[in-house]
Write a protein that binds this ligand. Structure first.
Ligand code: KIV
Ligand code: ZN
Length: 512
C-alpha cells in the first residue's frame, strides 16, 4: 500500500466471473484477458481456482508467469490440498498471493458440520499453512454479511494472527445495503485487534443491484481493496463492475477522494473482449460500457450536447477509451479510415490483418448503409484466418414458410473437398445445424446459441455465439452477418473448426 487513499483494484473476472453458468473461457482467452487486466493497472488479478480443474491450474500458472505488474492470486478452500495446489500455480508469479476462504455464517457453518470452535481452529491451521508458503495471504469469511458480528470479529482476529495480510469481507449473496456495508467495515476496523496492520477488502454481489454502492460505501468506511469484475460478470446477478467503481471514484473524486491505478482509457476495449469471449453481451443501458451509455438521441439532448457536451455528459467518452465523435464508415471509406477507427476501438492491426479485415469490411459496407463501431467489433471477433479453416461455408439457401419444415441447402468444403447437403429441421437454424452435422458428424453438445443484434434497424448486424461441449471441454464459435441465419451457420462452423483444433491439441503425441 503506497498511500492511505489508494484503493487497490482486485479483479476476479477470471475466477468469480468465469464461474457464472455458461461464461467458460478457453485457455488462450484467459491469458489474453489477464494481460489486458495487467496492462490496465489492475493491482491484483484473481486468475482462477487451481484445484478446480487441470485447465484452471494451467491458466493460473501461465498467467503467473506472464504477468508484468499485477499480483497474481489463486483461490483455495480451507484445506491443505487446495492451498498447496494453489501455491503450485501462483508461485511462478513475481508477486504471488494465496486467497483462502471458508463460509462462516450459520448456514455455511452447517455444511461442513463444524461448530464455531472447530471452524476457528481450522481457520488458524489453514491460514498458517498458506502463510508458510507465501507471504501474501488473503482470507475471506464467505457470507460475512450474514455472519454473527462477534464470531466474525473472532475469526478475523485469528486469521490476522495466523498471518493473513488482506481480510476480504464478501457479501456472497448480494444481501447487504450501503449503510450496512459501511457500518460492518467500520465496526471490524475498530474492534478487531491487529486490523490496522491488514488491508480490508470488499467483495459484493449484485443480487439487489447494490454491488457498486455497497463497495463504495465500504471504501468510505475504510476498505482499501475492491473486488470486482469486468462488465460485472459473475454468478447470478454478477459481481461489482470494475468500470463502475473505478469511474465513480474518478468522476466523483470531489466527494470520494480515493485513487486507483487503473488506466480508464482501456476500459472499453477490455469490456468488449470480455463480452465476446464469455458470450455474455453487455446490456445497452449498462453504466459506463453499455452501447447507449454515451448516446444521445432526443432532440433536446442533442441540442444541448452540440452547444456544450457537459450539459448531458458527466464524463467524456474518451475517458473510457471510446472515440468521442462518431465518424460514420461506409462503402466509400478507405483503409486508412478503417485502421484509424479500429485503433480508436482498441485494435492495433498490422498490415496483413488490415488487408483481411478490409475485404470483410467492404463486403459488409456493400450490404449496410452505415458501418457502426459495434459492427466493426463484431467483425474483429470473427476468425481472421478463415482460409486455414478445415470447414468453409461456400453457399447457403434456406427455404421457410408457413405449414412446411424449413429446409437448408448447404454447400461447404471440408479440407478443400466440396459437399452439398439438404436437410430440414424444427426451424431454419436447426435445419442449417443439422445440414452441417450431416457433413461433419460429431457428438458435441450445443451448450449455447445466442443472437445479439449489434446495431439497430432492419439492416442490423447479428452476432451469433455458439458454444459446443465435448468431453467436458468447451469451444466457442462466433460470427456476424446482416443475415441471422448466415451468421448462425458461420458461427456453428467456426465452433466446429475450433473443436477440430482443440482435438488436435489434446490428442496424445504419436509413440515412436
Ligand atoms: O462471493 C464470495 O463469497 C466469494 C468468495 C470465494 C470470496 O466469491
Ligand atoms: Zn463472489
Amino acid at each position: 500500500m503506497t498511500h492511505p487513499d489508494h484503493v487497490l483494484i482486485f479483479d476476479t473476472t477470471l475466477r468469480d466471473g468465469e464461474q457464472s453458468p455458461g461464461a467458460t473461457m478457453t485457455h488462450e482467452e484467459k491469458l489474453e484477458i489477464a494481460s489486458l487486466l495487467d496492462e490496465m493497472g489492475v493491482d491484483i488479478i484473481e486468475a482462477g481456482f487451481p484445484i478446480a480443474s487441470e485447465g484452471d491450474f494451467a491458466a493460473v500458472s501461465e498467467i503467473a508467469k506472464l504477468a508484468k505488474n499485477s499480483v497474481i492470486c489463486g483461490l483455495a478452500r480451507a484445506n491443505f490440498k487446495d492451498i498447496d495446489r494453489c501455491w503450485e500455480a501462483v508461485k511462478h508469479a513475481e508477486r504471488p498471493r494465496i486467497h483462502t476462504f471458508i463460509g462462516t455464517s450459520p448456514l455455511h457453518r452447517d455444511i461442513p458440520k463444524l461448530d464455531k470452535d472447530q471452524m476457528a481452529d481450522l481457520i488458524h491451521e489453514t491460514v498458517t499453512h498458506a502463510r508458510n508458503l507465501c507471504d501474501n495471504v488473503q482470507w475471506s469469511p464467505m457470507d460475512a454479511t450474514r455472519t454473527e458480528h462477534d464470531y466474525l470479529c473472532r475469526v478475523i482476529e485469528i486469521a490476522i494472527k495466523a498471518g493473513a495480510t488482506t481480510i476480504n469481507i464478501p457479501d456472497t449473496v448480494g444481501y447487504t445495503a450501503p449503510r450496512e456495508s459501511a457500518d460492518l467495515i467500520r465496526m471490524l476496523i475498530e474492534k478487531v485487534p491487529g486490523a490496522d496492520e491488514v488491508v480490508f477488502a470488499t467483495h459484493c454481489h449484485n443480487d439487489l443491484g447494490m454491488a457498486t454502492a455497497n463497495s463504495l460505501a465500504a471504501v468510505e468506511a475504510g476498505a482499501r481493496q475492491i473486488e470486482c469484475t469486468i462488465n460485472g460478470l459473475g454468478e447470478r446477478a454478477g459481481n461489482t463492475a470494475l468500470e463502475e467503481v473505478v469511474m465513480a471514484l474518478k468522476v466523483r473524486h470531489d466527494i470520494m477522494p480515493y485513487h486507483t491505478r487503473i488506466d480508464t482509457t482501456k476500459i472499453i476495449n477490455i469490456s468488449h473482449r470480455v463480452a465476446q469471449v464469455s458470450g455474455f453481451p453487455v446490456q445497452f443501458n449498462k453504466a459506463i460500457v453499455g452501447k447507449n451509455a454515451f448516446a444521445h438521441e432526443s432532440g433536446i439532448h442533442q441540442d444541448g450536447m452540440l452547444k456544450n457536451a457537459e450539459t448531458f455528459e458527466i464524463m467524456r467518452p474518451a475517458d473510457i477509451g471510446l472515440a468521442g465523435t462518431s465518424l460514420p464508415l461506409g462503402k466509400h471509406s478507405g483503409r486508412a479510415a478503417l485502421r484509424a477507427k479500429l485503433k480508436d476501438l482498441g485494435y492495433d492491426v498490422g498490415d496483413n490483418q488490415l488487408k483481411d479485415v478490409f475485404v470483410r469490411f467492404k463486403e459488409l459496407a456493400d450490404r449496410k448503409k452505415e458501418v457502426f463501431d459495434e459492427d466493426l467489433i463484431a467483425l474483429m471477433s470473427e476468425g481472421t484466418d478463415a482460409e486455414h479453416d478445415h470447414i468453409q461455408l461456400q453457399s447457403l439457401k434456406v427455404v421457410t414458410g408457413t405449414g412446411m419444415a424449413p429446409e437448408a441447402d448447404l454447400v461447404v468444403t471440408v479440407d478443400g473437398v466440396e459437399h452439398h447437403v439438404v436437410s430440414s429441421g424444427d426451424g431454419p437454424v436447426d435445419a442449417v445445424f443439422s445440414a452441417v452435422k450431416q457433413v461433419v458428424p460429431h457428438s458435441a453438445r450445443l451448450a449455447l446459441y445466442q443472437v445479439h443484434a449489434v446495431t439497430g434497424g432492419t439492416d442490423a448486424q447479428a452476432t451469433v455465439s455458439v458454444r459446443l461441449e465435448e468431453d467436458g471441454k468447451i469451444v466457442v464459435g462466433q460470427s456476424a452477418d446482416t443475415d441471422t441465419i448466415v451468421a448462425s451457420a458461420k458461427a456453428y462452423i467456426n465452433a466446429i473448426n475450433n473443436l477440430i483444433v482443440r482435438r488436435q491439441k489434446t490428442a496424445p503425441a504419436p509413440t515412436m
